[in-house]
Design a protein around this ligand. Structure first.
Ligand SMILES: Cc1cc2nc3c(=O)[nH]c(=O)nc-3n(C[C@H](O)[C@H](O)[C@H](O)COP(=O)(O)O)c2cc1C
Length: 231
């Protein structure tokens, strides 16, 4: 599929519903062959990928995902940003206690999360912690920079998928259970789980995306300076 770059960047939404046809290994390899040109700090390319095919592992991964997913729903329903580094932890803990209610609702009406194991392709993306230039590692705040050496790769993977008429979504809620995910795939402790990328031929490719305007997040000269306005 020939897609103009800017149009693609403005219109590649998360796809969570797929036709059942599998994504052949050759196609996955081709997508990764494109994604590997993503930038990383010092060009260390610390990403690793596990293609999850085994139905038993897929079901176990779905269950780990669901554990985080129901917490996500419960925290969001309480009006909080799920797991924000700066948040009201006590309110978050109270919200998480409500997660079983969301699990009941999910069991009654299964959606993307409950049927994750049936998705055409599941790619677990890992980050080699010995290869990340995490320059904010020693700051007295939540660290952020390490991920920037892996998530451009993840996004390139999704863009490469779009170019092939495929779609998907970056997911992270399973990382709430990272040690279980690591154990399931025999991943050494020197690697972090960065994402579970779900891919397939989307039933519909969402292209009208809701995003805040430039002036709401870009300012001139000061944090609360004059908004930069888009033409
Ligand atoms: C770092 C990251 C983590 C995400 N985690 C999840 C997830 O665990 N589950 C999920 O369904 N979507 C997840 N998403 C997808 C976002 O919900 C999605 O990108 C966002 O809502 C915008 O959707 P749109 O592109 O369809 O407008 C994640 C996206 C990013 C970038």
């Amino acid at each position: 599929m020939d897609l103009d770059l800017v149009t693609t960047l403005r219109s590649t939404g998360a796809a969570r519903q797929f036709h059942p046809d599998p994504v052949p290994d050759g196609v996955l390899a081709r997508l990764l062959d494109t994604a590997r040109f993503a930038p990383s700090g010092g060009n260390r390319q610390g990403w690793r990928v596990i293609v999850v095919k085994d139905p038993v592992k897929r079901a176990a991964l779905r269950d780990l995902y669901l554990s985080g997913w129901y917490e996500y729903l419960a925290i969001g329903a309480a009006g909080l940003v799920p797991w924000a580094p700066v948040t009201d932890r006590a309110a978050e803990a109270r919200a998480v206690a409500q997660a079983p209610r969301f699990a009941e609702a999910g069991a009654a009406t299964p959606g993307f999360a409950e049927t994750l194991d049936a998705a055409p392709a599941l790619l677990l993306v890992l980050a080699d912690l010995t290869a990340l230039a995490a320059v904010d590692r020693d700051l007295p705040r939540y660290t952020l920079v390490g991920g920037a050496s892996v998530y451009p790769f993840v996004w390139s993977l999704l863009l490469a998928a779009r170019a092939e008429g495929l779609g998907g979504v970056t997911t992270t809620v399973a990382i709430r259970r990272e040690s279980d995910v690591r154990a399931l795939f025999e991943v050494p402790e020197t690697l972090a789980v960065a994402a579970l990328v779900v891919l397939g031929r989307p039933v519909a490719q969402p292209t009208r995306l809701k995003r805040a305007p430039v002036g709401s997040f870009a300012s001139i000269d000061r944090y609360d300076g004059a908004p930069l306005t888009a033409p």
